[in-house]
Design a protein around this ligand. Sequence first.
Ligand code: FES
Length: 107
Amino acid sequence: MACAPPDPPATELDVSIAEIVRAQRLVVAHRGRKIELRPDADGIRATVLLCTHQGCAIQWDGDGYACVCHGGYFTAAGEPVRGPPKRPLRRLAVRTEAGRAYVHVGP
Ligand code: FES
């Protein structure tokens, strides 16, 4: 028998593509975490704004993403370049249809 509570079910965020394009960097809150949506060459990119070191919130600073907890830093593409993080920022799958972006938010 597992001690941890079960993972919450996967959900889908539904956001207007026009709204994402207008904002360029649209941040939405979902279940206590922030997800950034932005247009890129492949369509819409969805990035979880949590550091991959120990899960602190990260901030866009105009060039990349900074984590104030232990000085981690990620490029605009989400690759770790400074501090303790070793893994890139988590990306979420996005499908687009009829002017909407559907972001798969796993547990
Ligand atoms: S939690 Fe971000 S650098 Fe440690």
